[in-house]
Design a binder for this molecule. Structure first.
Ligand code: PMP
Length: 325
């Protein structure tokens, strides 16, 4: 019997994948393996309970030099290793091993396009009980990926009726697989109501983050973002934007508690994240933000972001790992 996923039928998909190469490899169970041979048991606990930690990393294709620029790879893997301690899932591989495996995989797959890199650390085997502190495995795959959210048109978003998972339930800063049921609820409901995406509030009712991205507001020339204790993922793009805005635009960021109504009164707003990149928001809960068009600060920050990830700014070359194809 063929099951139909109703959500897929009614929800517009926003990602624009480019072509997939003929032979594709993944790193799986300790070696480079053809994609179709990398399979997991139906009894695998990460499949059953979401007992996995993951990262999402982007690589940007630089056609002039035939290189892929991987953005802040070390920081992504450092976050994975930090979170693995929290979840008793420390891998045998160290930071350098993880980076080396990823570079080797990118060279092997030779996808001459912008790519998405998905490393996952997961509980392996077939234990029925949902426990940690047992055997785990590391795998990573790559895929051509264009925009995850529109970058030009401005997003119409809503405040979700679902709250962000609190730190004392499933820590949002950990990028844990199971926690993304929270994201899936918020984004699915938002799209069914005709919005592009959703903003989460914390259980206490403060602004937290987007469904799978961080959020910035601009008010009276000030860049504002929820603090790290507002049940957010401490995003690497968020950190990059704080640095870029300060160094290149002389714009310090205020990290603080944000009320819901501050969203509606902001001059500008944008989402940021590895997938989302820098995506302007032009309305929240049907209220236009600023003049209802992507704001000028947002546009400047977006350009800075793309120049940085594409290795155009010498002062941030240390954030880009160049892989020659
Ligand atoms: N919040 C959530 C819940 C996310 O899934 C992501 C995407 N990783 C982000 C924020 C942005 O984080 P980063 O900039 O590190 O990709």
């Amino acid at each position: 019997m063929k099951l139909t996923n109703e959500a897929n039928m009614t929800i517009p998909t926003l990602s624009t994948d480019t072509q997939t190469p003929q032979t594709e490899y993944v790193y799986f169970e300790g070696k480079m393996t053809p994609f179709n041979e990398a399979t997991l048991s139906l009894r695998n606990p990460a499949f059953l309970y979401g007992t996995s930690l993951f990262e999402g990393i982007r690589g940007y294709w630089l056609p002039e030099t035939q290189q892929i620029s991987i953005f802040r790879m070390r920081e992504h893997y450092q976050r994975l290793l930090n979170n693995s301690r929290l979840f008793y899932m420390t891998p045998e591989l160290n930071l350098q091993d993880l980076c080396d495996i990823t570079v080797e995989l990118i060279q092997k797959n030779a996808m001459a396009s912008d790519i998405y890199i998905r490393p996952t650390l997961y509980i392996s085997g077939e234990t029925i009980a949902p426990t940690l502190s047992i055997a785990s495995e590391f795998c990573v795959w790559t895929k051509p990926l264009g925009e995850y959210l529109p970058l030009d048109k401005g997003l119409n978003v809503c405040v979700s009726t679902w709250r962000r998972v609190p730190d004392n339930a499933i820590p949002a800063r950990a990028k844990a697989g199971g926690a993304y049921m929270n994201t899936a609820l918020a984004v699915t409901d938002a799209r069914k109501m005709g919005f592009d995406d959703a903003i989460f509030l914390t259980d206490a009712g403060n602004v937290s983050e987007g469904s799978a991205m961080n959020l910035f507001l601009i008010k009276d020339g000030q860049l504002i973002t929820p603090g790290k204790t507002e049940d957010i993922l401490e995003g690497i793009t968020r950190d990059s934007i704080i640095t870029l805005a300060k160094n290149e635009l002389g714009m310090p960021t205020v990290e603080r508690t944000i009320d819901r109504t501050e969203l509606y009164l902001a001059d500008e707003a944008f989402f940021c994240g590895t997938g989302a990149q820098v995506a302007p928001i032009t309305s929240i809960d049907n209220r236009p933000i600023g003049n209802g068009h992507p704001g000028s600060w947002t546009t400047k920050i977006q350009k800075l972001y793309f120049d940085t990830v594409k290795n155009k700014l010498p002062q941030y070359h240390h954030w880009c790992t160049l892989v020659q194809l």
